[in-house]
Design a binder for this molecule. Structure first.
Ligand SMILES: *Cc1c(COP(=O)(O)O)cnc(C)c1O
Length: 358
């Protein structure tokens, strides 16, 4: 297998893939796979509820939060959040930290009164704001933040503690660190970056919030409907949930969230150090305090060398390093399943490539 720096879908732990391979034709002597049986069957229900239990345990989810499995990815949450939360005359405040925050804001504008509380546009999205920099109106129901901008490579290392509940898109740093739950009303994320195959969003909703959500919506868009049916109102996305449950057990066996956080910091420290020690050969444009532990973006100071660098990487079995099509350059995504050895190999390549360019 290659060292896979893809931003998403992205690498999964090998033991999980091997376990799936071992079960895919005949799941535990049922004579069929997990993806062929009824979602009301005993084996599936135990995987489904087992996954929720592991999420609560590993992510330290307080009892006052519901854990929901919803299809449509993080993108559908861009709409579901304002649909459900912006009742009456309240407004949603959006913090513009880059590409994903911009999409969340654009979709929310179709469903309620929303406004920009801060934007990093003029500074090239090189950092996240301090809480004090947000300008919030008195009728604000929530402040929407993007905890990690997957494309721009910036991340909140400290959470903005404001007087209004936060709603966070955590698609690309879910389960890479613990979070202060008391600050949030809703936390959501697609699973295909850090946790599982695509097709599922994890959504955490504060129970008291559910008492005041909008009811005049098609049922699939209602958080309260998903919560009252334990995310089985309709057929859930069985395959991603099935793999998710295995990844969660892998995380637990690795030492839980603190081990994921330590791993993420070790990988990111090593890569940013390599960039910083390159004498300007490699450049990361992000303010040091906002550097993402998940997605490190960098350019070669001589941009004409970038295609050669990408080729040299693939010759050493490293793929997925090309930057997002909107930004160009290079990006190394280093999610939970990425071993430190993968980043060590990248560091060695960066050193050797620079020496060869001499
Ligand atoms: C990938 C990503 C999304 C979009 O996720 P989908 O599941 O494809 O809808 C949204 N926000 C962030 C921060 C992402 O990284």
């Amino acid at each position: 297998r290659v060292v896979n720096f893809s931003a998403g879908p992205s690498m999964l732990p090998l033991p999980v893939l091997e376990e799936v391979r071992g079960e895919i034709v005949d799941y535990r002597s049922t004579g069929m796979s997990m993806i062929e049986m009824s979602h009301r069957s005993g084996p599936y229900e135990s995987v489904h509820h087992g996954a929720v239990t592991l999420i609560r345990e590993l992510f330290a989810v307080p009892a006052e939060f519901e854990v929901l499995f919803i299809q449509g990815g993080a993108t559908m949450q861009f709409g579901m959040v304002p649909m459900n939360l912006l009742t009456g005359s309240s407004a949603g405040a959006y913090v513009d930290t880059g590409a994903w925050a911009t999409k969340a804001f654009g979709d929310a504008a179709h469903h309620g009164d929303v406004y920009e509380a801060w934007s990093g546009r003029d500074i090239g999205y090189t950092r996240v704001p301090e809480a004090a920099a947000l300008s919030l109106r008195g009728d604000t129901r929530y402040v929407h933040i993007t905890s990690n901008e997957t494309i721009g490579g910036i991340q909140y290392r400290a959470w903005p503690d404001v007087a209004v509940p936060l709603v966070a898109d955590m698609s690309s740093d879910l389960f890479s660190r613990s979070i202060p739950w008391e600050l949030f009303d809703v936390v959501y994320g697609g699973v295909q970056k850090n946790l599982a195959p695509a097709g599922l969003a994890l959504v955490f909703v504060r129970r008291s919030t559910l008492e005041h959500t909008q009811r005049n919506l098609a049922s699939y868009f209602r958080y309260d409907v998903h919560a009252s049916k334990s995310s089985m109102y309709n057929t859930p996305p069985v395959f991603p949930i099935y793999v998710l449950e295995k990844v969660l057990r892998w995380i637990r066996d690795c030492g839980g969230l603190s081990a994921m956080e330590a791993g993420a910091n070790a990988r990111a420290d090593l890569l940013y150090r390599t960039i910083d020690e390159s004498g300007g050969f490699y450049v990361n444009p992000v303010d040091a305090a906002s550097r993402s532990s998940m997605n490190a973006v960098f350019r070669l100071s001589d941009r004409s060398l970038e295609p050669q660098f990408i080729t040299a990487a693939s010759e050493r079995g490293m793929v997925g390093l090309k930057g997002h099509r909107s930004d160009g350059g290079c990006r190394a995504s280093m999610y939970n399943a990425m071993p430190l050895a993968g980043v060590e190999a990248l560091r060695q390549l960066m050193i050797d490539f620079k020496d060869a360019a001499g």
